[in-house]
Design a protein. Sequence first.
Length: 200
Amino acid sequence: MFTGIIKGIGHVVAIQRLEDTAKLTVAAPLFAELKPQPGDSVAVNGICLTVTAVAPGQLSVEAMPETTRLTNLGQLKKDDPVNLEPALGATERLDGHFVLGHVDTTAKLIQRVEDQNATTLTFEIAPEYDEYIVKKGSIAIDGISLTVTQSTPQQFSVSLIPYTQDQTTLGRRQVGDLVNIETDILGKYIVGTQRKEAIQ
C-alpha cells in the first residue's frame, strides 16, 4: 500500500518490451537511501510493481499485460522521468490517502491554467469512471495524492502547489499527455455496495 506522497523522481535507463509485457530499469538517488531488495514493492508513476533485480542506484521491475494495457507504461521511453514511492511501512505516517497502486485507467490532460501560485490541470476521462470522482474527493494521478477541485461528466480538475510541481513529474506534463489514474478505494467500495443493494 502507498500514500500518494512521492519520495523522489527517477529516470528510465532501460526498457525492454515483448508484446504486451515490459521490463523497466529505473535509476534514482532515492535508491541509495532505500536500499531496495528483490521482492519489494515500489510504485512507479502510481503503478505497484515488484522489484526483480537491483544494482547500485538502480532497480528493475516487470509489468504484465494487464498493467501495460491499463496504464501509460507502454509510452515510457529511455530517460523519461518517473514518480517513485516505496511501499508504506507499518510505522510511517499516512500523509496522503490510501493508494493501492492498482491503476484503473489513463486520462488525458486537456488544459493547464495558471492561478497565482497554483496550476490547475483539467483531465478528460472515460465516462464509466465519473461516479468514482467527486469534488473534494481524493484521486491518485501518476501516483500523486491530489484533491479533486472540480468534477463534471468525463472531466475533472486538480490544482498543484509549487512544491508538487517541482517534486513530481506532474508539473512537466503537457496538454495531450496521458496520466495514470487510481480512483479512491473508499469510493469504489461505496459504489460497489450501492450496486449490490440495488440488485437485491
